[in-house]
Design a protein around this ligand. Sequence first.
Ligand code: UT7
Length: 392
Amino acid sequence: MSDTRYPSNRRGHIIGWGKALPERVLTNDELATLVDTSDEWIRQRTGIAERHIAGEGETTFSLSLKAAQDALHITNLDPIHLDLIIVATVTPDYPFPATACLLQDALGAQHAAAFDLQAGCSGFVYGLSVAAGLLAAGLYRYALVVGAETLSRITDWTDRTTCVLFGDGAGAVVLESREEPGGILSSVLGADGSGGELLMIPGGGSAHPTCAEMVQDRQHFIQMKGQEVFRFATRTMPEAARQALEKAELGVDDVALFVPHQANDRILQTAAKRLGVPEDKMFSNLARYGNTSAASIPIALCEAIEQERIKRDDVIVLTGFGAGLTWAAAVVRWSLPLPSPTPRRRTIVWRSLRFRWARLRSRLRRLWRRVDARLFNLRYEQDGRRKRRDEE
Ligand code: UT7
């Protein structure tokens, strides 16, 4: 396990946040027409009432883009100043290139390093922690961390034990390295690969490459041993939160709000009991979104801000668990005044022009790459002809 306390005065501060959810909502009653389940069973066992499902053309990248644009809008930061983009996801648009690179191009973040991070539902806190470390070390000034998923694309819609749980969405934060009190104070990241098979997609990787037989056996969908994951979650989430608080030299009583991974209301209730905090200190929006894996914590964070559950100087704890198995917690002292001021119309227009310019720039670069390839081929052929003539 890796524990990190950021000792210097320089820390990553959250200065922007955004979320994106597909329009299409799938209710429990609709699900009951697909598999043998009921609204009552799903609500009682999980707390989920509905979830958002990506429509045609909507992908992890498109949801990431919307969430990232919203987060950048709040900061008024030109994406050209971003130094780093991390997208935490288990459902990238492609095995490669990274979804973070698609995002880097679409935002026009020309100077940003970009990579995807895969740590299951703990992915966002892993990403936040990696970015915060680089910012605290003074290597970068601005970072964008996104948690985004289209789990509906890897869900087996004939398996009632999993398909009732998951949803699609994205959340993003912009971090700035600042020499002032607050920001991301500490984090704890952990993994136990011996539990890998409790929550996995067996097929489609190098162990079992995609083939007709594998698809026929439905090995390209999520498989989960729910009860074992449940037990793991109720143990590790509160433990990780406590350890991260200890690193920050804070106690549970100092925390204004826990923003946990949204997997099951019963997990959140047990975690609250184990931490000895009232249930209303555990933020929950499970009812409307279900489990959106790496996206669940940043979406919940955005909603907590929208609902004015967070104010300046509050200590908040983000804590998650997931496939791997992995767990993660981060302690944040909120350093920005809330609610954030409404931007002027001129600013809104300017920001949307920036994103249009990024799109145009991307097209021009693709076009130039084609022209450049054509010119290179011409030169290569000419050289070849000249060489043959010289030899004759
Ligand atoms: O992000 C991390 C990912 N995963 C999680 O966090 C999941 C953690 N686990 C859980 O949330 C819970 O274990 C579940 C919600 C997945 C399952 O709840 P449970 O209380 O552990 O149910 P169970 O697996 O013990 O199943 C109880 C019964 C079984 O029937 P029998 O054998 O008692 O007759 C299941 O077949 O409920 C049945 N069942 C269902 N019935 C109606 C399982 N799924 C469903 C369903 N609708 N969707």
